[in-house]
Design a protein around this ligand. Structure first.
Ligand code: G3H
Ligand code: ZN
Length: 278
């Protein structure tokens, strides 16, 4: 069933489990993520990014309604989340559509501006019962420029959470978005230092670049919401490529998208094990 993000994230944080948060671009992603979570017997977060909305011509509603419907009919708890929103209007639209949470990403702004913008969005969301994630210390790579050297200071993180009222915090601890190789060097000591002082669940972005043993260690060190997108698209695209190479005359889109969808489902089941999500 469709489940409030706060329920899923807070109970996982209390138990020391990880929560997989995976990105939806096409409806096949949402179907695959839920199938994979059902096989793992674990809750899951389906997230739609502002960039995915851009891909759909600026329209959030069609992909959101499909994703929410898939979440409602799931056999495991499923939350629907808006990922990396930079525009408050998109947050307002997601809240109106029934999303359980939003990530408002003002991490490119100087500290005081990040606080002010995030606080305003958080007040709007909290008045409507919606859980808010924000980011402090920029996790790079969204523009194709990898900056795994960024680090979030734990004392600043505590002050940021206090000043904004956010419910979860994304921190920079050695990852970068959209890495195709698992070569990110995760700063596990820094994760533990944040966990010791930051009063809300912690979020890891750019998790595709992390070696899988380190994903488990990250959860053990205190990370809760683990965002993975690129690794699943690698699985999807490889399956489609393999199918098309073996079947060069096929034209029915279902024939090659189905193996892509199944590859994502299998990968999600596996990754939820790595994250100790069940
Ligand atoms: O917000 C989404 C994630 O941070 C995904 O990053 O594509 O590097 O796994 P990734
Ligand atoms: Zn991210």
């Amino acid at each position: 069933p469709l489940t409030p993000t706060g329920d899923i994230v807070r109970s996982a944080a209390a138990d020391g489990r990880g929560v997989g948060a995976f990105n939806v671009i096409q409806i096949e992603h949402a179907e695959a993520l839920v199938a994979g979570a059902e096989r793992a017997g674990a809750p899951v977060i389906l997230q739609i990014s502002e960039n995915a909305v851009k891909y759909h011509g600026g329209a959030l509603e069609p992909i959101a309604l499909a994703t929410l419907a898939i979440a409602r009919s799931a056999a495991v708890p499923v939350a629907v989340h808006l990922d990396h929103a930079t525009k408050p209007e998109l947050v307002h639209e997601a809240v109106a559509l029934g999303f359980g949470s939003v990530m408002f990403d003002a991490s490119v702004l100087p500290y005081e501006e990040n606080v002010a913008a995030t606080k305003e969005v958080t007040e709007y969301c909290h008045a409507r019962g919606v859980f808010v994630e924000a980011e402090l210390g920029e996790v790079g790579g969204k523009d194709g420029v990898h900056a795994p050297g960024a680090r979030t200071n734990p004392d600043e993180a505590v002050e940021f959470v206090r000043a904004t009222g956010v419910d979860a915090l994304a921190i920079a601890v050695g990852t970068s978005h959209a890495m195709l190789e698992k070569t990110a060097a995760l700063d596990l000591d820094l994760i533990a230092a944040h966990r010791a002082v930051v009063p809300v669940p912690l979020v890891l972005h750019g998790s595709s670049g992390v070696p899988e043993d380190d994903l488990t260690r990250a959860v053990e060190a205190g990370m809760t919401k683990i965002n993975i997108a690129t690794a699943l698209n690698q699985a999807f695209t490889k399956a489609v490529r393999d199918y098309l190479a073996a079947n060069p005359t096929v034209v029915d889109t279902r024939k090659y998208l189905a193996p892509g969808r199944e590859a994502v489902a299998a990968e999600v089941t596996r990754l939820l094990g790595v994250l100790k999500a069940a």
